[in-house]
Design a protein around this ligand. Structure first.
Ligand SMILES: O=C(O)[C@@H]1CCC=N1
Length: 176
């Protein structure tokens, strides 16, 4: 559950060795991203065992500062929903342009899959890949120009700040 602190878990369960983690939904297929932290009483050997266990569900990142669990909730925890939101918006646009629903889903799902795999396998940054796709005066530049003019990037940032604030708020409500 988002926001529940180690301190609260420790008090409620009366145990000292605690791992607090924020997984995400692709753990279901072994492609998850889990961020975790531990109470002082958890030693290196325990951590090693726990990390190996978590890694059976995807990738993991250990963090010392428990506060970063709230931040990771806003990024990797909620993140799949942001991705699905963007995919869905592009599918709707494809339908608006005349594709059938199944054609639109096919085009967009494969575009996301191919793009993220290409980026993963390269040393280029996202911005460098954008430059490669967007030729001067071309179609991609036309779309990106509209995204910039509405400052979509800062709107995304605002949403993520709100998710982080909500994780902190939930923690305070539960800790009461
Ligand atoms: O939305 C939520 O509260 C939970 C936390 C991360 C993903 N879902």
């Amino acid at each position: 559950m988002a926001g529940v602190s180690i301190d609260n878990i420790s008090k409620k369960l009366q145990v000292k060795k605690i791992i607090r983690s924020m997984p995400n939904i692709p753990t279901q297929i072994g492609q998850g991203m889990t961020v975790f932290t531990a109470s002082q009483e958890v030693d290196r050997k325990d951590l090693f065992i726990i990390q190996n266990l978590i890694n059976t569900t995807g990738k993991s990142l250990f963090i010392e500062n428990e506060e970063m669990i709230n931040s990771s909730t806003a990024i990797s925890g909620s993140g799949p929903a942001y991705v699905y939101y963007f995919i869905n918006a592009i599918i709707d646009s494809a339908i608006n342009l005349g594709f059938t629903k199944s054609e639109a889903e096919f085009l967009v799902q494969q575009t996301f899959l191919g793009s993220t795999q290409l980026q993963n396998r390269s040393n280029l940054s996202n911005l460098e890949w954008i430059e490669k796709v967007a030729s001067k005066g071309g179609t991609t530049e036309a779309a990106l120009g509209i995204f910039h003019s509405f400052d979509i990037k800062s709107k995304i940032n605002e949403g993520i700040i709100q998710a982080n604030a909500r994780a902190k708020e939930l923690g305070k409500l539960i800790d009461k």
